[in-house]
Design a protein around this ligand. Structure first.
Ligand SMILES: Cc1cc2nc3c(=O)[nH]c(=O)nc-3n(C[C@H](O)[C@H](O)[C@H](O)COP(=O)(O)OP(=O)(O)OC[C@H]3O[C@@H](n4cnc5c(N)ncnc54)[C@H](O)[C@@H]3O)c2cc1C
Length: 279
């Protein structure tokens, strides 16, 4: 059984205390729910000098209205998302993804901030959050900034930072999340996640985002699929057009045949749901 080596453990109660500890430590590691971090501690050769728990920083926790949208604190657990009426009614795809993530004990520990900040390709929430137009707030000892989640995920310049929260615009978006796993086991992680969102307008849908988590590379936006749905009269979208758009996106993004097939099934299903949808 792996034995943990020595490290200093800190449990700050304010963000500024957390940021000071992070700045001073030689090799710090932040700990949120610990579902990734604790495994890392047992297995990694790069060992931290200091482990800084975020759990007692109240300012990082909660779901509340903010400006034209909502703010979700980084240490809000996945179980809290899956239990929130506000998330269920305002952001159905995030609700769906949270309810299906891992198992009950994992959802009780795991946080939304840890899901994003781990930067693993296969996790569920980044595709969903990008499709919903999420921005994230990031703090370092020197500054606090708000950037789009896409920029945060593709930019490695963030060092010694604490992700403090996620901002979601409230736009009455329709949103869907389709999740596929290799096995039928409850605990299995996604091999493909398809997040779709758009605003229903008349016979069509606008401001469409279709983001795919392929589990093997950064998130991919399906631009041809987005263009096909954007502003179109939904009744006129047919299976052939949809297949063509998916194939064009697949060429640009190197999706394999199995995932292309799953995408076809998901998006045909989605197109039928949207055609029948009356706001
Ligand atoms: C059995 C099992 C099943 C799982 N199934 C799924 C699944 O189906 N879908 C899925 O998406 N994930 C799954 N996970 C992965 C994991 O549980 C989640 O991704 C979880 O959300 C990570 O959050 P955490 O709070 O536990 O992060 P931690 O383990 O505490 O941290 C993860 C990383 O992020 C950093 N970090 C955490 N919070 C912050 C912050 N606020 N600012 C900056 N850095 C931070 C930590 O330093 C660490 O490097 C599973 C894990 C296990 C063990």
């Amino acid at each position: 059984m792996p034995i943990l080596k020595d490290f200093k453990f800190h449990s700050p109660v304010t963000l500024s205390e957390g940021l000071s500890l992070l700045e001073k430590a030689k090799a710090p590691m932040l700990l949120a729910g610990g579902t990734f971090a604790l495994n890392y501690l047992k297995k990694s050769s790069k060992y931290p000098s200091d482990v800084i728990s975020l759990k007692k920083i109240d300012a990082l926790h909660g779901i509340k209205p903010k400006g034209q949208g909502f703010w979700i604190g980084a240490t809000t657990t996945i179980a809290e998302l899956a239990d929130s009426n506000l998330i269920k009614s305002g952001f159905p795809s995030l609700f769906e993804a949270s309810a299906k993530l891992g198992t009950t004990p994992i959802r009780n520990m795991a946080t939304i901030g840890g899901n994003i900040a781990s930067r693993f390709y296969w996790v569920d929430l980044p595709a969903v959050l990008v499709s919903l137009g999420a921005r994230v707030t990031v703090a370092t000892k020197k500054k606090k900034e708000t950037v789009s989640l896409e920029k945060f995920l593709s930019d490695k310049q963030f060092k010694k930072y604490i992700l403090t929260g996620i901002l979601l615009p409230k736009e009455n978006r329709l949103s869907f999340y389709f999740r596929h796993t290799r096995t039928a086991q409850e605990v299995d992680v996604p091999s493909l996640g398809v997040a779709f969102s758009g605003i229903k307008r008349g016979e069509g849908v606008v401001s469409v985002r279709c983001i795919v988590n392929t589990a093997s590379s950064l998130l991919v936006a399906l631009r041809n699929v987005e263009t096909l749905f954007e502003g179109s009269q939904l009744q006129k979208i047919n299976a052939g057009e949809l297949k063509r758009a998916i194939l064009e996106d697949a060429q640009n993004t190197k999706l394999d045949e199995y995932r292309i097939h799953l995408l076809n099934v998901d998006l045909e299903k989605l197109s039928e749901i949207l055609k029948k949808y009356n706001p």
